[in-house]
Design a protein around this ligand. Structure first.
Ligand SMILES: [Zn+2]
Length: 286
């Protein structure tokens, strides 16, 4: 009797435990399914790469097919809205005026320069550095056929300019921009791949762009037009890397720069110069 009732009690206890277990299990399942349906809170969901570039190359296009502009208007890891002003092809007759605007506005920028041998050119390299801007390598000769002939040819042109800048301005840049961008129609894709491998091996860091002025026409575009082109190509990105050109024809560039600085500072953006540590913006290769 005692044994029986004990067994009954035990059976009841086991049943109770099973029921409790099952209901707990159901509760857990219910909660799990609810949280799966709810939107991700402060999500750590796959942050899009910053590699998508909405720009086109310096002269001519092919880039737009591969661009994914919307995807990359991302939450950056540090919620800082940043603009990088970059100028290719200087130094030129316009560089001093560009530097004047930057000085007046107290804004740093990045100059991807070419090989200049005039006194003015040499002293402009120095002024760029002295006034706190970043000096980057573009190309000594900027002759597409020559530099994109092979990885060796590219490296030779690159080091020639690095030597020259070291001599003129006392700095040897490790940041650079490919003439035409890192995906371009001037270079054979296989050779370009070899060049990239070589540059990475040498510890060099390249930057493309995700906003551009379209300022490579035969004459200077009105500053407002360049300004609008940049705003349109930049969209609502929080990391905006702008390509402009620094050459004798671009006489409206200083005015455009002034407008850009006022506009983006008004929106809470900070202007920075590029460094080898800056998260690169690269065109996607395919
Ligand atoms: Zn260029």
């Amino acid at each position: 009797m005692f044994i029986k009732s004990f067994r009954l009690k035990t059976a009841a206890a086991v049943c109770g435990a099973v029921l409790l277990g099952v209901s707990l299990g159901l509760l857990v399942l219910l909660l799990a399914s609810r949280s799966a349906q709810s939107p991700p809170q402060s999500s750590v969901c796959s942050e899009p790469e910053q590699s998508a570039a909405s720009g086109t190359e310096e002269s001519g296009t092919e880039e737009s097919d591969t661009a994914q502009p919307e995807e990359s208007s991302s939450e950056s890891s540090e919620n800082q809205k940043t603009v990088w002003l970059t100028f290719d092809d200087g130094p030129s007759a316009v560089t001093a005026e560009i530097l004047d605007v930057l000085k007046e506005k107290e804004v740093p920028a990045t100059f991807f320069v070419i090989g200049a041998t005039t006194d003015r050119g040499r002293s402009l390299y120095q002024r760029i550095v002295d006034e706190g801007h970043a000096l980057g390598i573009h190309s000594y000769s900027h002759r597409y056929q020559q530099i994109y002939a092979s990885a060796d040819a590219y490296w030779e042109d690159f080091t020639r300019l690095a030597d020259h800048l070291e001599e003129c301005a006392g700095v040897r840049p490790t940041i650079f921009r490919f003439p035409g961008g890192s995906v371009n129609k001037f270079a054979d894709p296989d050779i370009l791949k070899q060049i990239k491998q070589k540059m990475e091996k040498e510890g060099m860091v390249w930057f493309d762009w995700n906003a551009l002025a379209n300022d490579d026409g035969a004459s200077a575009a009105p500053a407002e037009e360049m300004f609008e082109n940049i705003l349109q190509s930049a969209g609502d990105n929080e990391q905006i890397l702008i390509l402009m050109h620094d050459d004798a024809l671009r006489t409206t560039a200083p005015e455009c720069i002034s407008m850009l600085i006022d506009h983006y500072q008004g929106l809470g953006y900070t202007f920075e110069k590029l460094t080898a540590e800056t998260e690169p913006i690269h065109f996607s290769e395919k």
